[in-house]
Every structure is written in structure tokens, then in C-alpha cells.
Design a protein around this ligand. Structure first.
Ligand SMILES: [Zn+2]
Ligand SMILES: [Zn+2]
Ligand SMILES: [Zn+2]
Length: 148
């Protein structure tokens, strides 16, 4: 498990290579995402760090996304979820996405299954001359509170 100070170091490096500064507000956003146990909406970020204003957080999340620090998870509603990228955390995982309320949960698969997935997808990539491929697989369904 990567520490918060390591997360900040990586974020600083990624932003630097995109000619962006690691401002106090961007640090707070990264901290909120690092401490959360599930991907957060913008509201979730500003509730965690009440010092943050909604409008600047929106812009800063876009900058962090551009720099590869933050990953935006597309849901069926207007409330996109944000989390730190796997390049920052080094922790590979998948998502359960609720099509009704937009809830996103992180899930991990057994290592053997990830190896198998990786091999199969790598073969498919090679067949189509794709280099440096990685996978993202999200499960779409209804969460506990939304299921009928
Ligand atoms: Zn739901
Ligand atoms: Zn996630
Ligand atoms: Zn996987």
C-alpha cells in the first residue's frame, strides 16, 4: 500500500511534466481522493475538504486528470466519480457501476484471474498490433439500494 507522501511525490512529478504546479488546493483534492474508500463525486471531494470551492475544484480535477493523476469514471448520471489513477496508486482494480444512482465501488479480482485476463487481452492486443495495452473492465448494474 502506497503512503500519502508517496502519492504526493508522484502527483508532483506528473504535474511537473505537464508544466503544472502542485498547489495547496490540488494537494487537498489528491488527499481527499487518497483517503476515500470509494471513488468520489465533486461534491464528495468538497465535503471531505470543506476549504475547497466547487468551481475551482472542477477546474483542478480537469488539470489533475490531464496530468494523469486523476481518473474520471463515467457513470450513467451527471455525477462523474473521480479517483487516483493506477499509475499513482500502483493498485489495479475494477469497478461496479450503478446505472441508477451512479454509485461506483472498487473491486479487486483474484490474482490468478487477473493473470488470465492479462494473457488473453495481451494476445488480442498483439494480434492487432497494439503496444503497451492495459485493461479497464467495469461491471454495470444496480446497487443494493437501487435494485428492485
Ligand atoms: Zn444505485
Ligand atoms: Zn476505482
Ligand atoms: Zn484487471
Amino acid at each position: 500500500m502506497i503512503s500519502l507522501s508517496e502519492v504526493h511525490d508522484v502527483a508532483l512529478r506528473f504535474l511537473g511534466s505537464h508544466d503544472q504546479r502542485y498547489t495547496a488546493n490540488r494537494r487537498l483534492i489528491v488527499q481527499a481522493l487518497a483517503m476515500a474508500d470509494a471513488p468520489l463525486t465533486i461534491d464528495g471531494v468538497t465535503e471531505t475538504e470543506p476549504m475547497l470551492a466547487l468551481s475551482s475544484t472542477y477546474r483542478n480535477l480537469a488539470v489533475l486528470e490531464e496530468a494523469g493523476v486523476v481518473h474520471r469514471i463515467v457513470t450513467s448520471d451527471d455525477h462523474a466519480r473521480f479517483e487516483l489513477t493506477e499509475d499513482v496508486t500502483g493498485a489495479h482494480h475494477h469497478h461496479l457501476v450503478c446505472t441508477d444512482c451512479g454509485l461506483v465501488l472498487d473491486v479487486t479480482l483474484p490474482d490468478e484471474l487477473e493473470d488470465l485476463l492479462h494473457q488473453s487481452l495481451e494476445a488480442a492486443a498483439k494480434e492487432n498490433s497494439f503496444a503497451g495495452a492495459h485493461h479497464r473492465i467495469d461491471l454495470i448494474g444496480l446497487c443494493q439500494s437501487c435494485k428492485p
